[in-house]
Ligand binder design. Structure first.
Ligand code: BGC
Length: 830
């Protein structure tokens, strides 16, 4: 019966069997992966091999049709699969870490994998697992916090989820990308023990436990060497010690020397083979500077990934998965519910009492979609702002909105322009080109009231439904200031833009870049025409450009008035995709005017709640004692506004805990003196060693404002019944009970820290070695069982080049944050 079926089946494999094509092992899906890899390798010409290890067209590995090798599509990124336009925008990775919920993070990975499958992407450029070292680092929001154990557990679950969906995950950026300031030139100088204990563990777990398919090198140098040229990092640690058999790719344009990178273990240069080009490699091969076996190994690694994941055998695009997948939306919502952190709640102001009749919602972040910027920025299909969420759930409570500092989107739509200098007709003349150089005959000329294009695909024209990748646009016209004074001009765009006022160039950002904002101000006379010329280009990215102008001085009076009249004032402040993003660091202080706005509102209303968007800590010194509550939604993704409202009105009990320590002032951070290169040497010496975050504060008189692991709930939890058994010399079984003693159902994050009492080597006071997030109904208790193994007691000995423990007494410290320990026990580890 089987035979008959095979004979008449029309699928390509059966056709291939009957034609005898499976004589070639690489075509046979039943053959072992390694056999197919070697067979394919032996069928490839040298030219094909050399061309295979450089990307092309921005985000692809070339296909070879002669051999049936498909084109491999890569896509960003950690919070949404957004290469082809809109996608589900999950919360920032730092929020994901604040959930401390490994199973939810696994679901996130799986949904991202499905989003990738819906778009035919084979490789997802996520997760980012670099350690949080300083609050200003522009990519903290894309990473998972300060603790290597927490990051490792989350990364493993995330990666497994992505790969379960049939997509290759890419753990990045290897290694020590801990700041964006001068990121392409600075060297992270780190001793071996610190690398092994702090900066490597998440990568190691990704490789050895989650079997991640791809790794991406970092932009920064490591101990003086470009990551892509570090033999130690790539060949010794990653490939030899951790047995990584996948693909090591460069970050985009982070390769500098083809021969050195090839020998140092880089397998794939992205986005294209600029240095590991076939010409360079051929000449290196001929001179004996690179061995053929080195090239073959790189090709084999990509082929392994192709065969192992079935990319050769089936279509990657899964048309059964909707692009705006409801399961993904649900995970975006659940993450926000689990990861928003309540930092302060004086007098139990939240959730709002039934007596509240009027709420004032204030601040630039209240009514706009808020996310970190750069390559991870995702345009959602839909989103809900904090204001929309609050209004939707207000249930009869009056909601008054006054931005105070208006969001940029309001400034854009309120900006007025004129076509002519006599102010007869409003608008601007827009001239569109289907190239990035404002070249040749325009494809469209129009009059437009504003410059306000968001995520515009194919805005110039479409070619059989395929939008042009390259677009440039010029807007010309006039502005008319009402009164004489200083006016501010702000342009925000994806890729290049430049602005002239009366032929004077005042903004120049003419380069490929993620979403960037630039402002300039000028003294203008009232009632006079000023000529405007704005030029813009988009290079393979969606067209996204907006432009606002207006009087420079901010006036908070309306916001203060609204706050005075309300029972409670919410100030939604913080950073956004222009002020916190890759390639630049942000400030520790809030963006201009926000401290003043919060202070003014707190003065006007003693029930002020601050809702703060940031990817890490911010300075709160100017107002923290004057506000009653602080909610930290990080960047909460497309469903964020709904969850903020749910928390405010008590439908969701906050359960996020900090994956970072928040310092009172930047100078308190142990990294303070070792962050910026003040000498011009480009060397950042990680002098704090392993004493980062709580590992520093624990043994120091300086304490953080909010400690690692901290987060408030509307309920209370009590810890009891600790029972510890050392089952063999290094396996420890821990049992304890948590009771929800308050009035709300809620989830607790219990944390197990290990401390060596008398250590022969200098070690942090304590280190996180296990955690559990447990939902407990009010009045109920739950038993928690945790097993620690040998690794929980170890440190890295640089002398012996291995992790080891010194036998002796260890203390187990269990509680709800690094600074709130409820249970203790001492054990002897032999
Ligand atoms: C980022 C990577 C990203 C790549 C592709 C780079 O600028 O550092 O994280 O995956 O661009 O967009």
């Amino acid at each position: 019966m089987k035979k008959i079926l095979v004979k008449f089946c029309a699928c390509i494999f059966c056709a291939a069997i009957s034609s005898g094509a499976f004589a070639q092992v690489y075509k046979d899906p039943k053959k072992p992966v390694e056999d197919r890899v070697s067979d394919m390798l032996s069928n490839m010409t040298l030219d094909e091999k050399l061309n295979y290890i450089g990307g092309y067209n921005g985000f692809y590995i070339r296909g070879i049709s002669r051999l049936g090798l498909p084109e491999i599509k890569l896509t960003d990124g950690p919070v949404g699969v957004h290469k082809d336009g809109r996608a589900i925008a999950y919360p920032a990775t730092i929020l994901t870490a604040a959930t401390w919920d490994t199973s939810l993070v696994n679901q996130l990975g799986y949904q991202l994998g499905r989003d990738a499958r819906a778009r035919g992407a084979h490789i997802l450029l996520a997760p980012g697992v670099n350690i949080y070292r300083a609050p200003m680092a522009g990519r903290s929001f894309e990473y998972m916090g300060e603790d290597p154990y927490l990051v490792s557990r989350l990364a493993v679950n995330y990666i497994k989820g992505v790969q379960q969906a049939g997509v290759v995950a890419t753990v990045k950026h290897f290694a020590a990308n801990n700041q964006e300031w001068d990121r392409n030139n600075i060297s992270s100088d780190i001793d071996e023990r610190t690398l092994q204990e702090i900066y490597f563990p998440a990568f190691k777990a990704a490789v050895m436990e989650a079997h991640v398919g791809a790794v991406m090198n970092s932009y920064n140098l490591i101990n003086g060497q470009h990551a892509t040229q570090s033999n130690y990092l790539n060949n010794v640690v990653l490939k030899k010690d951790w047995h990584f058999d996948g693909v090591l790719m460069s970050d985009w344009d982070a390769t500098y020397d083809g021969r050195a990178a090839a020998n140092a273990g880089l397998d794939l240069e992205m986005p294209y083979a600029k240095f590991m080009s076939s010409a360079n490699l051929l000449s290196a091969l001929n001179k004996g500077e690179v061995k053929q076996s080195v090239i073959d190994d790189k090709v084999a690694r990509i082929l392994r990934l192709v065969f192992k994941n079935g990319f050769y055998d089936h279509q990657q695009k899964d048309n059964t998965i909707p692009k705006n997948n409801p399961d993904g939306q649900k995970v975006a919502l659940e993450l926000a519910k689990g990861g928003i952190v309540l930092l302060k709640n004086q007098g139990k102001l939240l959730p709002l009492s039934k007596t509240v009749k009027t709420i004032a919602v204030i601040g630039p972040n209240a009514n706009t979609y808020i996310a970190g910027g750069g390559s991870s920025y995702t345009f959602p299909f839909s989103f809900i702002t904090a204001l929309q969420g609050i209004k939707k759930n207000a249930n009869g409570v009056k909601v008054v909105y006054v931005p105070g500092i208006p969001p940029f989107s309001d400034l854009v739509s309120n900006s007025k322009f004129y076509i002519d200098k006599n102010f007869r007709r409003t608008g601007l003349k827009a001239t569109y080109f289907n190239n990035s150089k404002l070249d040749g005959i325009p494809v469209k000329v129009a009059e437009e009231q504003n410059v306000n294009i968001h995520n515009g695909w194919g805005v110039v024209a479409e070619n059989k439904g395929v939008p042009y990748d390259h677009t440039s646009i010029r807007w010309t016209g006039y502005v008319k200031p009402k009164l004489s004074g200083r006016y501010q001009f702000t342009v925000r765009g994806f890729d290049g833009f430049r602005l002239w006022i009366n032929d004077k160039k005042i903004i120049d950002a003419w380069q490929d870049q993620g979403i960037t904002s630039k402002s300039a101000s000028m003294l203008l006379d009232g009632n006079k025409p000023y000529a405007i010329k704005l030029e813009y280009y988009a290079n393979t990215h969606p067209v996204d450009i907006s432009f606002a102008w207006g009087i420079e001085k901010i006036n908070y009076q309306d916001a203060i008035k609204a706050a005075k009249k309300a029972d409670i004032a919410f100030v939604c402040a913080g950073f956004n995709e222009s002020t916190e993003k890759e390639s630049v660091d942000r400030t520790f202080g809030l963006p201009a005017g926000q401290d003043e706005l919060i202070s003014a509102i707190a003065k006007a209303n003693r029930n002020t709640v601050v809702v703060l968007n940031a990817g890490g800590g911010v300075s709160m010194a100017k107002w923290i004692t004057n506000v009653k509550s602080i909610l930290y939604p990080w960047y909460p993704g497309q469903e964020g506004g709904e969850v903020i409202a749910d928390i405010i009105f008590g439908k969701t009990n906050p359960s996020g805990h900090l994956p970072i320590s928040i310092e009172k002032s930047w100078s308190n951070n142990p990294v303070y003196k070792n962050y910026y290169d003040t000498t011009g040497s480009k060397r950042i010496n990680y002098k704090e060693g392993v004493f980062l975050g709580y590992r520093f504060y624990d043994s120091n008189i300086t304490k953080p404002l909010f400690p690692f692991g901290y987060g408030l709930s509307y309920t209370n939890f009590s810890y009891d019944n600790l029972n510890v058994k050392v089952t063999d010399s290094t396996t420890v079984d821990i049992h304890f009970t948590i009771k929800n003693t308050g009035k709300y159902d809620g989830a607790e994050v219990s944390q197990v820290y290990v401390r060596q009492i008398n250590c022969p080597v200098l070690r942090p006071y304590k280190e996180l070695k296990a955690f559990a997030k447990t939902f407990i109904k009010k009045g109920e208790s739950k038993d928690i069982n945790i097993r620690l193994n040998r690794s929980a007691f170890e440190y890295y000995s640089a002398q012996e080049k291995k992790f080891k423990h010194d036998p002796g007494m260890f203390e187990l410290l269990i509680g709800s944050s690094s600074a709130d320990i409820s249970l203790k026990n001492t054990i002897n580890i032999k």
